[in-house]
Design a protein around this ligand. Structure first.
Ligand code: Z5A
Ligand code: MG
Length: 215
């Protein structure tokens, strides 16, 4: 093996419509990887604990109103603040920790452009963030997702809107995406996700280089 290649953790992102199963599958992957002795952390966006995250949270629960551009930039800022020196996304990965991330820039672009903002304008503030090594897209129709219940509370949980979001997600797909049928029984989704992630972790241990959005 090439001694210039540095072993590192993998940056794994789960994306998908509301109720596609991201949060359930993220915690499952994290416990699984930890159980086989791999250093792993669960991250999520929005991170509602930061100052910016609190503004986002108020907006999502309809406690505040913000211009569409403004909230878009806040979601983006919430990712940038997690890559600074203290929060160390890249440092964690270099130290060998795998990060399982519940939503990322793709949610940012898909949701804001589904509202009608220009697709390319939405991508710009994400430019330069670390690109995930893999995007595991949990594919489900808005109708099927709505059957899972729990729709209602937050701002974006409407069928017509979720249809638009799904189209925007399709426009964002690239070679790093793996599409997984989110309507399979949970254990089967789990199995597919584990296979993808284990293969990727091996590649990252062998020094897969970092890349950045949107190259
Ligand atoms: N947003 C944005 O606009 N811009 C951004 O940059 C970012 C986000 C990052 C809040 O996100 C909102 O922010 C979101 C996008 C926007 N818009 N909305 N609405 P959030 O991540 O906080 O949303 P959430 O409410 O926590 O998660 P979710 O997406 O709605 O759900 P999920 O995590 O994908 O699914 P789940 O909670 O794991 O599962 C849902 C239910 O389905 C649950 O009862 C499970 O038991 C069930 N389930 C899961 N898998 C299966 C299978 N395979 N079969 C049957 N049932 C299943
Ligand atoms: Mg969730």
């Amino acid at each position: 093996s090439n001694p210039n290649l540095q072993s590192r953790g993998a940056l794994v992102v789960l994306e998908g419509l509301d109720r596609s199963g991201k949060s359930s599958q993220c915690s499952e992957i994290v416990s699984y990887l930890q159980s086989i002795g791999l250093a792993t952390e669960l991250w999520r966006f929005p991170d509602r604990d930061t100052a910016v995250g609190k503004m986002i949270s108020a907006y999502l629960s309809n406690e505040s109103n913000l211009d569409d551009h403004t909230i878009h930039l806040l979601f983006s800022a919430n990712r940038w603040e997690k890559r600074d020196k203290r929060s160390l996304m890249e440092e964690k990965l270099k130290a060998g920790t795998t990060l399982i991330v519940d939503r990322y820039s793709y949610s940012g672009v898909a949701f804001s452009s589904a509202k009608g903002l220009d697709f390319n304008w939405c991508k710009v503030p994400e430019t330069g963030l670390l690109a995930p090594d893999i995007v595991l897209y949990l594919d489900i129709t808005p109708e099927k997702a709505a059957e899972r219940g729990g729709y209602g509370g937050e701002r974006y949980e409407r069928l017509d809107f979720q249809r638009k979001v799904r189209e925007k997600y399709q426009d964002l797909q690239d070679a790093s995406w793996k599409i997984v049928d989110a309507c399979l029984p949970m254990e089967e989704v789990q199995k597919k996700l584990r296979e993808h992630v284990l293969e990727l972790i091996k590649a990252c241990q062998n020094g897969k280089p970092f890349s950045h959005l949107w190259l």
